[in-house]
Write a protein that binds this ligand. Structure first.
Ligand SMILES: [Zn+2]
Length: 173
């Protein structure tokens, strides 16, 4: 197992569309394990392959709420087959550290894909899980949550991001 480095905005890999996985072999399974470890280490509640510089359609999610007993969800070739309702949730992203904003998404989704051992899985989700699944699948299509903001919030992001970057180079003074 290994902790992978996380690509951050504006890394071009985050704008690329990931390709479907043809065969879940040992190297894909290792990538899934490494992605999970990287997510827990960050720590985050979701990670898509693009974020570690890989263009395979793989996501890992763990809301890390013991009361839900959900545990790790890893999906290969995830696809939203049904989406209903609308909800606004404050989102953040390991690839856009330090910025949070409300994003409008579907309230309930059904996601189909494959488990790490190649079996078909269907997940019906609402609440935070539905939001995280949509956020991660967006990554596989080359979208960040900041791409889903309205014009005013997007402008705010650009300004805040510039400030965050210059703070970094000034040694956070
Ligand atoms: Zn993200």
């Amino acid at each position: 197992m290994a902790i992978l480095s996380i690509c951050t905005y504006p890394d071009p890999v985050l704008k690329k569309q990931a390709k479907p996985v043809d065969e879940i072999n040992s190297s894909i399974r290792k990538l899934i394990t490494d992605m999970a470890e990287t997510m827990y280490d960050a720590p985050g509640i979701g990670l898509a392959a693009n974020q570690v510089g890989r263009l395979e359609r793989i996501i890992v999610v763990d809301l890390q709420k013991p009361d839900l007993q959900q545990g790790l969800i890893a999906i290969v070739n995830p696809e939203i087959v049904k989406a209903e309702g609308s909800v606004k949730y404050e989102e953040g992203c390991l690839s856009v550290p330090g910025f949070y904003s409300k994003v409008k998404r579907a309230e309930r989704v059904t996601v189909k894909g494959l488990s790490p051992d190649g079996k078909p899985v269907t997940i019906e989700a609402d609440g935070l899980l539905a939001v995280v699944l949509q956020h991660e699948i967006d990554h596989l299509d080359g979208y960040l949550f900041v791409d889903r903001l309205g014009p005013v919030a997007k402008e705010l992001f650009k300004r805040k991001w510039k400030k965050l970057q210059s703070n970094k180079s000034n040694g956070n003074r």
